[in-house]
Design a protein around this ligand. Structure first.
Ligand SMILES: Nc1ncnc2c1ncn2[C@@H]1O[C@H](COP(=O)(O)OP(=O)(O)OP(=O)(O)O)[C@@H](O)[C@H]1O
Ligand SMILES: [Mg+2]
Length: 512
């Protein structure tokens, strides 16, 4: 299966017996399943039913959990006090998708390709793999969402050349520039914002509506959970309406006060202009970092439901001179691309680590008779903290720069500071800046070393695998031996025991 685990909606797709990727409807017949979990007592409900429960039981509903992936401190607590980690909530959504697909196909689903925003860092990627494991799925690959969209667009053979994918979903924003040629998908550059999506546009609209409601003499709707939940629902609906028509009216009520707020598309676009500009700046940066100008870009592909907003398409047309390709369904395209890769992996004879049962064995999809090859890049720089010569302060030294092709492996040599230094502290960072304040320490380990005079050389090797998961190796250059290897981020992710416990716990629950 290919699974698009979205902030607001998720979709599951597979390649059918004709070699065509198709989205599988859920048990309610919908192609999208709301990534929302409602705890009815301890029984979780996923999807539309859960989304409808937000207004009546705002405190029993977990949503937008994708934003918390990789955050070790985040917990959702049911009203009975049962805590859930973000991986576990996501696992419940995945489990529901898996079970719906199994019902439809009458076969077990064991393996999946799961998509993530290109801008996700290591911790969030690991958390996504863990969510799959907890849900009883073997995650064969983590695929970047814009790359998945390009794969789905490009596979029909109609899209080739240099393309920019602009992916604005419910919670995240990514831009990726790629070259597509004869089934070769080569990513040139990528950038994004993991906290920018339709959700943030909704927030602005909520604030605007609330201001107008208060100005008309009403109480603030943001002051309590229930009126806020109703306001969110109304704001999102108004946003959708304004995609199609120029003006709408939003009926609001609280504590016996009612008022209908008129709202125009221009009002909305005015309120949201800073958010839109932010997406424009990131898009232009990616074009530049890909070594391109707009003249060198052949097409703009849209992914993510929020690209339906007319202001998005207008802005892209204005800056690029191109009409964005809106031929695909923007909220299904990512799942279709994931299904394509899942199919490739399932039929890949080079892949000796088992087979993906539950997928029908059909010929792999081809483009002009070729199997697509996907080469992605890193979305974050990776480095380590080193001491500035002759000072006590540290600076960040980037070892693998952003936009490096993955898999990637880079090394740098550093030197010990003292005679007979007993250990070295390896602090691995995610980010591009030399200032330690502007990067994130994602792993830290003290490694014991043999006594040497100061200035002894050690070599740090950082590697990104195809999922952009990071591995670290420290080598004693003098002895030519490895003194430490670690997979980082134990601190931010589940350890083996926790993962096993979560899997056990979730396996006992069948989300409705
Ligand atoms: N007609 C429309 N007009 C405006 N916005 C829309 C429209 N249809 C959907 N959206 C918005 O698109 C967003 C959902 O898009 P999508 O399903 O692609 O996101 P997601 O996959 O859940 O999130 P992400 O990819 O960021 O994790 C929501 O914010 C929704 O309000
Ligand atoms: Mg999405």
């Amino acid at each position: 299966m290919g699974i698009d685990l979205g902030t607001t909606f998720s979709a599951v797709a597979r390649v059918d017996e004709f070699g065509k990727p198709v989205v599988l409807p859920n048990r309610d017949g919908e192609t999208l399943t709301a990534s929302v979990v409602f705890f009815d007592g301890e029984q979780p409900l996923v999807g539309t039913m859960a989304k409808r429960s937000i207004v009546s039981s705002p405190l029993d509903v977990a949503q937008f959990v994708k934003r918390a992936m990789g955050d070790p401190s985040w917990r959702f607590e049911t009203s009975r006090g049962t805590p859930y980690r973000p991986e576990e909530i996501s696992a419940l959504v995945l489990k529901r998708l898996k079970e719906d697909a199994e019902r439809l196909l009458g076969a077990k689903v064991t393996d999946a390709v799961v998509t993530v925003p290109a801008y996700f860092g290591d911790a969030a990627r690991r958390a996504t793999i863990d969510a799959g494991t907890i849900a009883g799925l073997r995650v064969r690959r983590i695929l970047n969402e814009p790359t998945a969209a390009a794969l789905a667009y490009g596979l029909d053979g109609l899209v080739s050349g240099t393309v920019v994918v602009y992916d604005l979903g419910g919670g995240t924003f990514d831009v990726t520039a790629l070259r597509i040629e004869d089934g070769d998908f080569r990513v040139l550059a990528t950038h994004g914002d993991r906290n920018l999506g339709g959700f943030d546009f909704d927030n602005l609209l909520m604030r605007l509506l609330d201001e107008r409601f208060v100005a008309a003499g009403g109480p603030s709707l943001l002051a309590d959970d229930t009126t806020e939940a109703v306001l969110r629902e109304k704001a999102e609906l108004a946003k959708h309406t304004l995609t199609t028509v120029e003006r709408t009216r939003v009926a609001l009520a609280a504590h016996g006060f009612t008022h209908t707020v008129p709202l125009t598309r221009a009002d909305f676009e005015d309120t949201a202009s800073a958010l839109l500009s932010r997406t424009r700046d990131i898009t232009e940066l990616v074009v530049e970092e890909a070594g391109l100008t707009w003249h060198g870009v052949d097409r703009i592909l849209l992914a993510g439901g929020a690209t339906r907003m007319p202001m998005v398409r207008r802005m892209l047309e204005r800056v690029s001179g191109l009409t964005p390709d809106a031929s695909a369904n923007p909220d299904e395209i990512v799942a279709l691309g994931a299904a394509t890769l899942a199919q490739l992996l399932a039929t890949d004879t080079d892949d000796g680590d088992g087979t993906a049962s539950g997928m029908s064995t059909v010929a792999a999809p081809t483009v002009s008779g070729m199997r697509p090859v996907i080469r992605d890049v890193t979305s974050h720089g990776l480095g380590e903290l080193v001491h500035k010569r002759g000072t006590r302060s540290t600076e960040n030294r980037v070892i693998i720069p952003r936009n490096s092709p993955v898999p990637a492996e880079w090394s740098r040599v550093f030197h010990t500071r003292f005679d007979d230094q007993p250990a070295i502290r390896t602090s691995i960072t995610e980010g591009d800046d030399t200032d330690p304040a502007h990067v994130r320490i994602i792993g830290q380990e003290d490694i014991e070393v043999p006594p040497y005079p100061k200035g002894a050389p050690f070599e740090t090797t950082l590697a990104y695998d195809e999922n952009q998961i990071i591995f670290v190796k420290v080598k004693d250059v003098t002895a030519d031996s490895v003194v430490g290897t670690f997979e980082i981020l134990y601190a931010q992710n589940l350890d083996g025991d926790q993962l096993a416990r979560s899997a056990m716990r979730i396996s006992a629950i069948s989300p409705l």
